[in-house]
Design a protein. Structure first.
Length: 213
């Protein structure tokens, strides 16, 4: 083989190798059952849970993808049948959802992680007596300890908005319901219709964003 032909063969081989590496070098290796996180920075694909993981401090930790956000609202009034009784808010509109399922009054987290929840409610008084409102989350059928938000109003036809943002750690398939109660049924969560100069006002909204695994 002449030097020139040898050089041309090497060049063609190098070109094929470069093209091949371009095709496969970005693919992650699959995480097997016996994979060990003995070295930090090993990136693998967890095919069971369908997300990438990276080794850190002796364990594989999930790399959070865009699988965990939701925005839902209640577009009609929410009333209580009885005073001092907790009810779950049913959300009737979901404008954005990824990795979180909303069905009536139940929110299901399809992925584990730490989630920021931002809740608002528009409370309304239909008489001049004082009314107390309570709001709190119920997780997997149990009231979340120390989570209650309380407000009081008394003026007739008074409207005010209450809100809170909190961080919750949720496991895969955990469920949540947003509970509320009022001390007087002349108070409720009010949804106002649109005006010629402003869109409609929901009675309650809930925004959820996963911030970490």
């Amino acid at each position: 083989m002449t030097p020139k032909l040898f050089d041309e063969n090497i060049q063609r081989w190098a070109n094929r190798l470069t093209k091949y590496l371009d095709q496969v070098r970005s693919l992650l290796q699959f995480k097997t059952a016996d994979a060990k996180a003995t070295q930090d920075g090993v990136l693998l694909w967890d095919s069971t849970n369908k997300y990438p993981v990276v080794s850190k401090d002796g364990e594989f930790r999930q790399i959070v993808l865009a699988d965990g956000q939701c925005f839902c609202s209640r577009t009609t009034d929410v009333t209580a049948a009885a005073a001092d009784t907790a009810y779950a808010i049913t959300f009737d509109t979901t404008t954005s959802s990824d990795g979180i399922s909303v069905s009536g009054d139940t929110i299901t987290f399809l992925h584990s992680g730490n989630f920021t929840l931002s809740f608002t409610a528009q409370v309304y008084s239909d008489s001049s007596s004082t009314k107390h409102f309570w709001f709190f989350p119920e997780i997997n059928g149990t009231n979340a300890t120390g989570s209650t938000m309380k407000t009081s109003i008394h003026d007739n036809e008074l409207t005010t908005v209450v809100s809170r943002t909190a961080l919750f750690s949720m496991a895969k398939n955990d469920t949540m319901r947003v509970m509320w109660a009022v001390s007087d049924t002349n108070g409720w969560l009010e949804a106002f219709p649109a005006e010629s100069f402003a869109p409609a006002t929901p009675a309650a909204t809930l925004s959820i964003v996963r911030v970490s695994q």
